[in-house]
Write a protein that binds this ligand. Structure first.
Ligand SMILES: [Fe+2]
Ligand SMILES: [Fe+2]
Length: 409
């Protein structure tokens, strides 16, 4: 099988990317294309890229919407620890134990999946001009051929680019071209202008659902360390949380950071506590119970509540973080407690009103939260308690204490 590999940040994926994929397939040179969103920026860690799971799922939504069975998305970059270069990615993806399983998971018959494959790296002419400077380029060009996209009017001769690279590297370089539409668009411009005209509908819907680029704006006010940690915990939880839960917990982190900025709370702590607040929710119940007991004894007994204290323990054990404010905000995010700290209240509320939440009309809570946190928390508690009463579920004594502290009955 001839397999095109198309890597990038896709922040966001736009119509230029789509035309690259279409052009590569239409050329007939490759049978399928595997799109590989990057996990980290090797040159600028932290806030330079939108946290990886958002970009991965945005790309996946677009590919599933626009292409049937010839384009797939790989999360291979999330599995490479540390910095991943094209060379590393190509090695990992060509590994028979990876590619066979990946192709079969995409519905490609075992016979085709286990056949021998030829790989092509898809790129624009500008980046291939300096291919010789890529990490381990001499080794890379011996493993893979290159597919160079050519826009209408681009008369770059691929054999010139191949010759220059070949001379510099001292080994042959194979470059083939394919034609693409002349869409001139850059992700950085899209982010800067907020003009989403040139991005596919599914990406637009994803950005709107998570209020993505507006929400990420708060990272400007967080420290470099917190931004790097935000990326790290996103990649960590990507490994075991389902899509909806993962995006919810990251959204909660970004909204917590925003509310922290509005109310003079520590932005870094809010970002991190919010981001990992549901990190234990999909662990086996016996693990949740053990961790919850270790943190709070028998304070939480209901299954649905265990993940809160368990999350504090799980995060703390994984990252060696023992900041009591962060761990308390995670522990009490479901119930609240009497004498809530500002950080507790922010994470509690952000969890209930982050942009992808739709369980009830949240418009008033969302509108007032930046200026009246207690007011928004009261509305939120009224709605939660009302739901509990309708279902005949008891309200947790900690929640009653929280309500009392806000002057509620
Ligand atoms: Fe939760
Ligand atoms: Fe949550």
């Amino acid at each position: 099988m001839k397999i095109g590999l198309y890597g990038g940040a896709f922040d966001p994926i736009h119509n230029g990317h789509v035309s690259m994929i279409e052009g590569a397939l239409d050329s007939g040179i490759v049978d399928i294309v595997i799109v590989i969103p990057s996990a980290r920026n090797p040159f600028k860690p932290g806030r330079s890229l939108t946290c990886a799971p958002y970009r991965y799922y945005m790309v996946k939504n677009v590919i599933e919407d626009l292409f049937d069975d010839k384009v797939f998305v790989s999360d291979i970059e999330f599995k490479i620890s540390g910095v991943s270069y094209t060379d590393t990615i190509v090695d990992e993806i060509r590994d028979p134990s990876y590619i066979e399983e990946f192709l079969m998971s995409c519905g490609i018959s075992p016979k085709k999946a286990s056949a021998s494959h030829k790989f092509f790296w898809i790129a624009g002419s500008d980046s291939l001009e300096t291919l010789y400077s890529w990490h381990n380029a001499g080794s890379l060009v011996s493993k893979i051929d290159f597919l160079m996209a050519q826009r209408p009017g681009d008369d770059t001769d691929p054999s010139d680019i191949a010759r220059v690279n070949s001379e510099k590297l001292g080994v042959p370089v194979n470059i083939t071209t394919f034609a693409i539409d002349g869409i001139e668009v850059a992700s950085s411009d899209i982010r800067a202008t907020g003009n989403f005209d040139e991005i596919p509908e599914a990406a637009r819907a994803f950005i709107a659902e998570h209020n993505l680029y507006e929400a990420c704006g708060v990272l400007e006010y967080a420290s470099d360390e917190a931004c790097v940690h935000f990326t790290d915990v996103g990649i960590w939880m990507f490994g075991y949380l389902k899509k909806k839960r993962l995006l919810h917990t990251l959204n909660t982190g970004l909204l917590s950071a925003y509310l922290a900025r509005c109310h003079g709370c520590d932005i870094d702590k809010a970002l991190i506590a919010g981001s990992v607040h549901d990190c234990a929710k999909e662990l086996p119940m016996e693990d949740q119970l053990r961790m919850a007991r270790a943190r709070c004894g028998d304070l939480f007994t209901e299954d649905k509540l265990l993940h809160s204290p368990a999350g504090a323990v799980f995060y703390s054990e994984t990252y060696g973080v023992d900041d009591p404010e962060i761990l308390d905000a995670i522990t009490y995010h479901t119930t609240g407690r009497g004498n809530m700290t500002l950080l507790d209240e922010i994470v509690f509320l952000a969890d209930k009103i982050e942009p992808s939440r739709t369980y009830t009309d949240l418009s008033v809570m969302r509108r007032i939260a930046p200026t009246d946190l207690d007011g928004a928390a009261r509305l939120c508690l009224e709605s939660v308690v009302d739901k509990f009463r309708k279902k005949g579920r008891p309200v947790h004594p900690l929640t009653e204490e929280f309500m009392k502290s806000l002057g509620m009955k």
